[in-house]
Design a protein. Structure first.
Length: 284
């Protein structure tokens, strides 16, 4: 088979992929994977699936669900991380913003339109009973763009995975004032439709390999040291993150997760009812 291009965020969630590639686990089964770090997150990966620069992506449930139902030719292969994502709500370090309610009407930095940082801003606004039509955004590309926007008053808030940003909060580049937790399992594996049609058996094998590697990592007594070293995170942070994170070790299906995400997207006017019709057929 040809080499398949796969992308994911350069974060601890994807260590099972990196380890399986480094140990040659996919190659042993005749699967050639070329991994690319996607600092721009889900929005960047959706563009990659759209233009063919990616064959497979490990991305946020809400972002890929919305993109497929709006016409992206891709399929969700399985849920990858079964637990929710903990998004930190970050503000400029030297600002006088102390609580989330002070962010109503302010500008949120987002990596891309359709990204998690974009969609979860709507989720938080809805939880706070703000008028979501008044949300303002500044597209900044990635976490470093977000930090720059906060520092230079181009945005007053920025949502990103809280453990990834912890080193930046320690360096006083921003402050975390609250968090918002996704109401569904956070990461899924998706492929371009054409790739799935041609390589469905290999893709199933690929998922089994990474699920097994994730289980090995979860049970590894040195996991905290390993993740801490590779991702420049403090031991205590990694311990907390590992305790609240589970991967899809046995590859089970989670249809309710998508139902929940879709009803939320419709409620927030990020998807219309017509687009959500026959969603099972479109997504899987």
């Amino acid at each position: 088979m040809k080499g398949l291009k796969i992308g994911g965020v350069p974060e601890h969630f994807n260590l099972p992929w990196r380890m399986a590639i480094e140990e040659g686990k996919f190659r042993e089964k005749g699967i050639q994977l070329h991994w690319s770090d996607m600092g721009g997150g889900t929005g960047q990966m959706i563009r990659g699936l759209e233009n063919g620069s990616l064959d497979i992506a490990v991305l946020l449930t809400e972002g890929i669900t919305r993109a497929i139902l709006q016409g992206l030719k891709a399929k969700i292969v399985q849920v990858y991380v079964t637990t929710p994502l903990h998004w930190g709500i970050h503000v400029p370090f030297h600002s006088n913003i102390e609580t989330v309610d002070q962010l109503e009407g302010k500008t949120f930095a987002i990596s891309r339109e359709g990204s998690g940082s974009h969609l979860m801003s709507y989720v938080k606004a809805d939880q706070e009973n703000w008028d979501t039509n008044l949300l303002k955004f500044n597209v900044v590309g990635d976490v470093y763009g977000g930090l720059w926007a906060l520092e230079n008053d181009q945005a007053q808030a920025f949502l990103w995975e809280k453990y990834t940003t912890h080193p930046h909060t320690e360096q006083k580049k921003c402050r975390m004032v609250d968090e918002v937790v996704t109401p569904w399992p956070c990461f899924v594996i998706a492929t371009r439709s054409e790739v799935y049609e041609n390589y469905s058996e290999q893709i199933k094998v690929m998922c089994k390999i990474v699920n097994r590697k994730a289980e090995e990592l979860k049970k590894n007594e040195n996991a905290v040291d390993l993740i801490s070293w590779r991702y420049n995170l403090r031991h205590g942070q990694v311990e907390n993150w590992l305790n609240e994170t589970n991967w899809n070790y046995s590859g089970i299906e989670y249809p309710l997760a998508f139902e929940k995400a879709i009803s939320y997207l419709i409620k927030l006017d990020l998807l219309n009812v017509a687009e959500s019709e026959d969603w099972r057929k479109k997504l899987f």
